[in-house]
Ligand binder design. Structure first.
Ligand SMILES: *Cc1c(COP(=O)(O)O)cnc(C)c1O
Length: 376
């Protein structure tokens, strides 16, 4: 794509920092990991941070370390990335999908409460596209029903709810650093938690079940290799240093798109300034109005692709995935199913130029107008 959907932003200084690690003998479980963990924990305002080699691994360790398993129900959105629900299934717990709110595309306390049964043990709330879920009533609900609260903050590093960073509300939260995220380590993730016991357990689980005082061939429990290398951590430290600047750049891009696209007939914008929240811009997603079909959306996407402009759908509902065919009998999720057919993600990355934003916007508007003409 001439204008890609996403693009990592890595400086020469960060490349040098990675190269410097390669000149040392310590490529895993070293000082860079400790520094990266401290930087992220401080930033989010949570005392314990545990680096892992993906966001998915982080979510899995949350489910595992919090003792969720067979017979336990975990409430989760279907309108999100599949890793959130998969992590629940890895431990044979049951994902219970709830619908999202049409305006925010996040799950709400009202819908969560309706899904609570005697088997419910946890809520896995996702801050979709970097917009915080409405956390205050969700935290209250979790307390009232004695449910574990896990935040999937993989799309939301730096997002704020009532002045506090997301990731600081749950019993544990997870961030992710795949190349399309706000900051990247190539692959990587980070769990944060206020609980020292939980953090210690997660450190053991990520390192083949070795406790800190275990020898290299002593494994206290069944664990995994979820370690994040020093190479990745060195990049993460550099990216963390620029995080505020990166989030400001991304917000500016979102505002540019909004200015160019607002007022376009048939197009629904996500909204920039939800009250009491600060969005951390992960992707810029617009929705087509009910007047358009999925075929219209896909045709518009093809027009964008032919013009060399990256464009994607976000998300395909999890409960409709082939790997979730066992869940086919679950309650329908009308908002999830309706909205997921109408989303379009536009090119969105730190260094996108004004010209590129303008071209993506005008191509989108022209192809929407062309479809409108055909429809009426
Ligand atoms: C990116 C992401 C993850 C984690 O993805 P990894 O590729 O495993 O790092 C988890 N949940 C959501 C909602 C995500 O967007």
């Amino acid at each position: 794509m001439r204008i890609p959907l996403s693009a990592p932003d890595i400086t020469e200084a960060e490349i040098d920092a990675v190269a410097a690690v390669l000149r040392t003998p310590q490529l895993s479980l070293g000082a860079k990991m400790i520094e990266f963990e401290a930087a992220l924990g401080d930033y989010v305002g949570v005392p314990h941070a545990v680096a892992v080699n993906s966001g998915t691994a982080g979510l899995h360790l949350c489910i595992r370390a919090l003792g969720l398993g067979e017979g336990d129900e975990v409430i989760v959105p279907s309108f999100t990335f599949i890793a959130a629900a998969n992590a629940i299934r890895y431990e044979r717990a049951s994902p219970i999908f709830v619908d999202v709110d049409a305006a925010s595309l996040n799950i709400s306390a009202i819908d969560i409460e309706r899904a609570i049964t005697p088997r419910t043990r946890a809520i896995l709330v996702v801050h979709t596209f970097g917009r915080p879920a409405d956390l205050r009533p969700i935290v209250k609900l979790a307390r009232r029903h004695q449910l574990v609260l896990i935040e999937d903050a993989c799309e939301a590093i730096g997002a704020e709810y009532e002045g506090r960073k997301v990731g600081s509300f749950g019993d544990a939260a997870v961030f992710a650093f795949y190349p399309n995220k706000q900051i990247t380590t190539g692959e990587g993730g980070m769990i944060v938690t206020p609980s020292p016991e939980l953090a210690a357990r997660m450190r053991t689980l990520r390192n083949q079940g070795r406790r800190p005082d275990d020898g290299w061939f002593q494994h206290t429990e069944l664990g995994y290799n979820y370690r994040l290398s020093e190479i990745n951590c060195a990049l993460g430290i550099g990216q963390m240093r620029r995080l505020d600047e990166i989030l400001a750049l991304r917000e500016q891009v979102a505002r540019r798109y909004d200015a160019l696209l607002s007022g376009t007939k048939g197009l629904i914008l996500q909204g920039i300034d939800p009250p009491g929240m600060r969005i951390s811009w992960f992707v810029y997603v617009v929705r087509l109005s009910a007047a358009f079909s999925t075929d219209d959306r896909d045709a518009i996407m093809r027009t964008m692709h032919h013009a060399g402009i990256g464009c994607g759908r976000y998300f395909a509902p999890i409960h409709l995935q082939p790997s979730y065919s066992d869940y086919a009998g679950q309650r329908p999720l009308p908002v999830t199913e309706f909205e997921s057919k109408r989303t379009l993600a536009l090119p969105f990355f730190n260094r996108i130029s004004d010209t590129q934003i303008a071209e993506a916007s005008s191509t989108l508007i022209a192809s929407i107008n062309a479809r409108c003409g055909e429809n009426t």
